[in-house]
Design a protein around this ligand. Structure first.
Ligand SMILES: Cc1cc2nc3c(=O)[nH]c(=O)nc-3n(C[C@H](O)[C@H](O)[C@H](O)COP(=O)(O)O)c2cc1C
Length: 173
């Protein structure tokens, strides 16, 4: 029996978690509304990435118990899953946090998210705008992989297409 928890700021991770929940026959719950005790032994946490941090991971790790739960982590962000090193670098500190808690990590996966500059909160616009201006002034070959990823993410117009049935199968095997 699985429980799907999500941590989101703009709804993409919630949407992904609800799609997975429908396919897996599980419930999807916001990390801010977690009960004190989680009965399901299998927990899938779908969390949005902001500056390398996963929204809600701290709370999820507080509630899960090493003897009782196994965790599958699904990061949601603009990082390209096909990039050879970015994902590994991004996941390393997350793995460390889970190991410190002595929780069993069943798997760690990544789904491409969505971003729309116009709908961002002011605090995020203020972070992103100067960063994009700096990146745009540089020649593309002078940008590191993370910078290229951010620039592409905010210029991208077509939404990502994810096969959730295949993804649900992958994370359950
Ligand atoms: C201020 C800001 C910082 C971000 N940092 C990262 C990041 O470090 N890594 C990443 O892959 N995506 C990053 N993103 C992209 C978001 O993770 C992406 O838009 C995601 O779909 C948001 O999910 P949510 O709608 O569930 O909040 C960032 C977006 C913003 C606005």
């Amino acid at each position: 029996m699985s429980l799907i928890i999500y941590g989101t700021q703009y709804g993409t991770s919630k949407n992904y978690a609800e799609k997975l929940a429908a396919i897996m026959g599980a419930a999807a719950v916001d990390y801010r509304k977690l009960p004190r005790n989680i009965d399901e032994p299998e927990v899938v946490f779908v969390g949005a990435l902001y500056a390398g941090r996963m929204t809600g991971l701290k709370k999820v790790l507080q509630v899960l118990e090493p003897e009782k739960h196994r965790l599958t982590l699904v990061t949601v962000g603009m990082t390209d899953p096909a990039h050879p090193t970015l994902l590994t670098e991004l996941q390393q500190p997350l793995r460390k946090k889970i190991a410190e808690k002595q929780l069993e990590l069943r798997g760690i996966y990544h789904l491409q998210g969505a971003v729309n500059y116009e709908t961002l909160a002011l605090k995020h616009k203020m972070l992103i705008k100067p960063m994009l201006l700096v990146f745009k002034k540089k020649k593309p070959e002078k940008l590191d992989a993370q910078a290229q990823m951010m620039l592409q993410a905010f210029e991208k117009t077509s939404p990502v297409v994810i096969d959730f049935v295949a993804f649900a199968e992958k994370i359950q095997n």
